[in-house]
Design a protein around this ligand. Structure first.
Ligand code: SF4
Length: 172
């Protein structure tokens, strides 16, 4: 199943790269910006979690221990709806190649199938699309594909994604 998922990821990433390229003049993602890795709940499926954990198990001992320490700290927190991702180390994703789908999509604005435009959270903090969004309306055409997780999962019926949980809940 993980091999099939990897194959799916390859074409999914290629498609996303085209979307990011199309909107590159509105996107301010850059090395060192960790906004989307520090303030979210990172929902991911069992399949994504298995894939991510394979990457985690291959980390050097130092990084492996640091992620484990982050997870330990997270588990002791009471508030779990928005928290720093335990895989964020020194401002970088320790499992970048194996990051969840929600992380791959983050930063893009897209049109949901119900007609609502989904902007990244950082649009309200002077980052992506902030020059094209006045707090109420936008002045550009968003990607015309619903990139919500449920829609992504539905686009790959050959894969069994399994249960979805907030990342922290996979460690409890
Ligand atoms: S898995 Fe990586 S990209 Fe996703 S939130 Fe965590 S550090 Fe960021």
């Amino acid at each position: 199943m993980l091999e099939r998922y990897e194959k799916f990821l390859k074409s999914f990433d290629e498609k996303l790269a085209l979307y990011f390229e199309r909107d590159k003049d509105k996107i301010k993602c850059q090395k060192g910006c960790t906004f989307c890795c520090e303030n979210a709940d990172y929902p991911l499926s069992l399949l994504e979690m298995k894939y991510l954990m394979q990457g985690f198990l291959r980390l050097d001992k130092d990084w492996h221990d640091r992620v484990r320490e982050n997870i330990k700290k997270l588990k002791s927190r009471k508030k779990t709806s928005s928290y720093p991702c335990p895989f964020l180390l020194d401002g970088e994703c320790a499992v970048y190649a194996r990051r969840p789908l929600t992380c791959r999509v983050h930063g893009l604005a897209y049109m949901r199938s119900d007609g609502i435009v989904k902007l990244p959270e950082c649009a309200r903090t002077g980052k992506n699309y902030s020059s094209n969004f006045d707090g109420q309306s936008i002045d550009f055409e968003p990607v015309k594909e619903d990139l919500n997780l449920d829609k992504i999962f539905a686009s790959a019926p050959e894969l069994d994604f399994g249960e979805i949980r907030s990342m922290i809940n996979w460690f409890l």
